[in-house]
Design a protein. Sequence first.
Length: 597
Amino acid sequence: MRRATTAGFLAAVALCTSLQIPVHAADAVPDTAETARLHALFDAQWERLMRTFPEWATFVGDHRYGDRLRDASREAIAAEFDALRNELAQARAIRRDALSARDRTSVDVLVHGMEDFLRMEPYVGFRSMSLGALDGFQSGFAGLLRVSPTAKRGQVEQILARMAAYPRRVDQELVLLREGLALRWVPPRTVLERVLTQIDGQLPADIDHSPFFEPFSRLGKDIPAVEQEALRARARQAIRDAVVPAVRKLRAFVADEYLPAAPAEGGLSNYPDGAAVYAARMKSHTTTDLSAAEVHAIGLRELARLRGEMDAVRKEVKFDGDFAAFVEHLNTDPKFFHASPEALVAGYREIAKRIDPELPKLFAELPRAPYGVRAMPPHMSSDRAEYYERPALDGSRPGWFNANAQAYKKRPTWAMETLTAHETVPGHHLQLARAIELGALPMVLRSISYTVYSEGWALYAEALGFDLGLYKDPYSRFGHLQSQAFRAARLVVDTGLHSLAWSRQRAIDFMVEQAGQQPAYVSSEVDRYASDPGQALAYMIGQLKIIELRDRAKAALGERFDIRQFHMVVLDQGSVPMPVLERAVSAWIAAQGKGKS
């Protein structure tokens, strides 16, 4: 579970993206002064975000604040909420009737997003839980250093300044964690055990093999060799004297104070005001008003459909055994696995290269930003799910599909095509790189990834693999169906854990039996859902909405429906809430119906 700080606020700010909704109705002439006030507010808010969250600024490619870490003192956090309240008041003061239809929608959604975020302010305990099963504060600094530029000496000096500041940042986090501890908001024991494993993986005996030293293994060629060696020496000292002691202090807190107070189960219903928190997180992650019961039912419905299709594959290959035996066969037969970590990564790269030339069949325009496939850092768990990192806004960093090469004995070849489509193209990379290159969009829209949109698109993109030459053999088709079933099972399990009082073991057993996943991987995933309630709902809820909109457009347009143009409408809104996307597609359908482009 994560505090509603950077991630939560950015999700709220992403609501502003309704600026990109096509408007075809005639507008009254807007008032230029009021319009200027609105856009000045957007610009000022963006600048504040960069200053307030300098780590996020680095991730998106703004390096003006690369020598700083966020001020997470209680006073600074209170000031963040105060600043947001002030911006909300400014937005409310803008005269809606003096704006264009587009800007009226924009300011309405902006107000809604800020109000949504401010509703999380009272839940101090929930906001304190920054240590998660897959990632969190415990691994955030190492991840930040991995994306920090090192081409110039000044950039390297920024990294050294951040290392010097890290002990203070850890002390601030410990204050927040202890505050949550006093309020009985502590992640479950299994999550904290994973946190300790991740911390230990960042503390090798040889500093040069620490993830904190990684930036100094790629210093820019323009930095003279003598200066490079001096910078590395300073880095070793900073890691030894500042970073490692701070990490050890964090570890001691987790092991000696936090873990002994951890509950056995992590469902939000077990926490003070947990039901209210879960309702808020569901709304934020799905951008709908669906109840937990409704989401649970959708998951059961979709899972039943997908299980039938998966079982049909078992019969197609004439496997002599039931579904459980078939899954066991697929997960144990050596012919379904690569022989080494390097072979696994090479396999993902080969699939990506096969997809790339097929993309023009489905997309009228493609992003220019490149992407690559690499192994994720070794300090991460072998049970950790693969993930994607977007390109930098300034073009200084490509997109990356981070594969879990350590898990090569657990990653069957039949599951690799659908995962590649999800993480690279036509999934995360295509969508996020396209958003970055839409220069007419506001900076917020170009840099935000709204969960239900981005993960919904990536899951939708997996199914596009049929049109891109994937899933030609029944085993890869089974892998695709299993991936879809896994996301359906998430709807059931996340709501089960946080709303229906399911135990961790019940959730694990359900996913193993119904989705055919391996127990070790599922255990990691269930701990992830405990860490980030509601996030797992976004995938299938978003995908189902995109499919619904596509089917609606097909029915309305008939032979005039163009899948390439439909995909551009979906992508060129930027990352948006589902109601915003629905209005954009409806406007496109209406325009196509009138013979417009």
